[in-house]
Ligand binder design. Structure first.
Ligand SMILES: Cc1cc2nc3c(=O)[nH]c(=O)nc-3n(C[C@H](O)[C@H](O)[C@H](O)COP(=O)(O)OP(=O)(O)OC[C@H]3O[C@@H](n4cnc5c(N)ncnc54)[C@H](O)[C@@H]3O)c2cc1C
Length: 517
């Protein structure tokens, strides 16, 4: 890390931004300013784990929507993202899954030196206080308190038994020795309340004298001098334009949709796109906004229930199941979740809550790649988000296989007490063509966009292994956008670990090490 002093401006108080604000301000010589467009998480529903599905379109959601998706019947998909302290960790489903070790080793083997599983394990451990604290996989004094449901829903138990019936070997938890097999979800819920990154990381650090938090400010662009050294940011607050200057580093933690937008508005991105919008080119970096990808989920394989389905005591999805498709594949390629509500897309009529349950199915390593682009230079204009869902044949193939596996789970005798009949796709959907057609209508975001400021080397790389933006100085991106290839599990835990390790990188501290158990 070349001498920028110990002053930091962090833009975005989401998952990564909250981790960074706390860790960087632990250094008494550092001065940290955290900037966030959203306000405090004052809506009491944010704390209620069961309310997370209802934030889309609310005041704490950016309200992003995709462009019409050619391979999902021309549909436009809602893409909620948190616009509030804690960012998307304040509206997410609270599942804490690190990913498969081979995910990170793949990053390291592809130019992300220092980001393999051995490098990240000590940071996963540092981030958590886990029920498995005595295990070498886990930590017992980190900010994120993790739990597993102690009183799972009866349908969750049937679902895990169904997986065993299909030959899946149970595992203790997703973040230990083995990710595959039925097990209870690991959740960031404490005493029945959501624990966001803001709750876990920011609140305990809020009163530090070297940490300033500026909320309700929209960062428009970066101040870059003639040698492309970042000198600060331009932002809007209460309808006025302001500048904040620094002799230190500026860190973008605006997420996979927000960070590329700030770079593009600042003239850092593909020259042709910037020219079209009349933006002066600061650094021609073709990869900004490219490589967008997301786990594909489904809404869903729905079953009518014989009995009224009791409400969840947690967040509706108390177990995840990762399944290998081919035995020689490094990481499981399919995931399943039993949701104790009916979950459908806008394409289908949904049964009432309490009358049905859903087996959601997904593709863990999608190969389709899309883009985030600007449609205007205005900082509050909606971007053009094109995930290009199901454009790759592999994704379409695994998605059908996952639907078949979900239906086998649903048909298992383990559900005999509950299953009245399959409601979706329904008995008429049997041919490959019918299943593919159903999937185009059932495709649904898993809410895990990544990759738009890709870390590494080569095509579409935006940041190097030290997370510095190419062609600039004193400018970093640290959030889900740097993930070069999506992890097998939900991404929040990986983003926490990235920010944990990045804080040591920025402060020039010695990296932690851990033995691989
Ligand atoms: C409905 C839903 C359910 C999910 N469930 C799970 C789950 O169960 N498990 C899991 O692991 N992951 C889940 N995720 C995904 C996960 O929570 C996010 O990927 C993660 O929080 C992203 O972290 P981040 O730091 O990259 O960005 P964010 O947390 O999105 O943070 C970005 C922050 O920057 C702010 N910002 C953006 N632009 C600007 C600007 N120009 N000026 C000022 N501020 C700005 C935003 O308001 C936001 O606060 C879910 C996501 C959603 C939407």
């Amino acid at each position: 890390m070349a001498g920028y002093g110990t002053n930091f401006i962090i833009v975005g108080a989401g998952t990564a931004g909250c981790v960074l604000a706390r860790r960087l301000s632990e250094d008494p010589h550092a001065r940290v300013t955290l900037m966030e467009v959203g306000g405090p998480a004052s809506d009491p529903d944010i704390a209620d784990p069961a309310k997370w599905p209802f934030f889309a379109g609310s005041a704490v959601d950016w309200g992003f929507r995709t462009t019409p998706q050619e391979n999902t019947d021309g549909r436009i998909h809602d893409w909620p993202r948190g616009r509030v302290m804690g960012g998307t960790s304040s509206i997410n489903a609270m599942a804490h899954v690190r990913g498969h070790p081979s995910d990170f080793d793949h990053w390291a083997a592809n130019g992300c030196t220092g980001w393999g599983f051995t490098d990240l394990l000590p940071y996963f451990i540092r981030s958590e206080t886990s029920a498995y604290g005595s295990s070498p996989h886990h930590g017992n004094c980190g900010p994120l308190r993790l739990m597993q449901p102690d009183d799972p829903h009866p349908l969750t138990r049937c679902y895990m038994a169904a997986a065993e019936e299909l030959g899946c070997i149970p595992t203790d938890e997703h973040n230990g020795a083995c990710m595959t097999g039925p097990t209870l979800n690991t959740l960031t819920i404490v005493n029945g309340k959501r624990l966001s990154a803001a709750d876990a990381y920011l609140e305990p650090a809020r009163s530090r004298e070297n940490l300033e938090i500026i909320d309700q400010c929209l960062v428009d662009k970066l101040l870059l001098d003639q040698s492309n050294r970042c000198r600060g940011v331009v932002y809007q607050q209460e309808g006025k334009r302001h500048e904040l200057h620094t002799d230190g580093a500026v860190i973008l933690s605006c997420g996979a949709i927000g960070s590329p937008q700030v770079l593009l508005r600042s003239g850092v991105g593909p020259a042709d796109e910037l020219q079209e919008l009349g933006i002066d080119i600061t650094a021609d970096i073709p990869g900004v906004g490219k490589n967008l990808h997301d786990h594909l989920l489904s809404g869903g394989n729905v079953y009518l229930s014989k009995n009224p389905v009791p409400p969840t005591r947690y967040q509706h999805s108390e177990s995840l199941l990762y399944v290998d498709r081919e035995s020689d594949c490094a990481a499981p390629e399919m995931m399943f979740a039993c949701v104790v509500l009916p979950v459908t897309t806008e394409q289908f009529t949904s049964p009432e809550p309490g009358a049905a349950y859903t087996i959601m199915y997904g593709v863990t390593a999608p190969r389709s790649r899309g883009t985030v682009r600007l449609q205007s230079t205005e900082p509050d204009a909606m971007p053009l988000i094109d995930p290009n869902y199901l454009s790759d044949a592999y994704d379409r193939e695994v998605y059908v296989e996952a639907l078949d596996f979900a239906r086998n789970l649903g048909a298992s005798s383990a559900f005999d007490e509950w299953c009245e009949r399959e409601f979706l796709p329904g008995p008429g959907v049997t041919s490959l063509a019918d299943k593919q057609a159903f999937n185009t209508r059932a495709a649904y975001t898993h809410h895990h966009p990544v990759g738009t400021c890709k870390m590494g080397t080569g095509t579409n790389a935006v940041v190097s292994s030290d997370l510095a933006v190419s062609g600039t100085e004193n400018l970093y991106v640290i959030d889900g956008s740097v993930i070069p290839k999506i992890t097998t599990g939900p991404i929040n835990a990986a983003i926490v670990a990235i920010a944990e390790r990045a804080s040591d990188l920025l402060l020039g501290r010695q990296f932690l090490t851990a033995e691989i158990p």
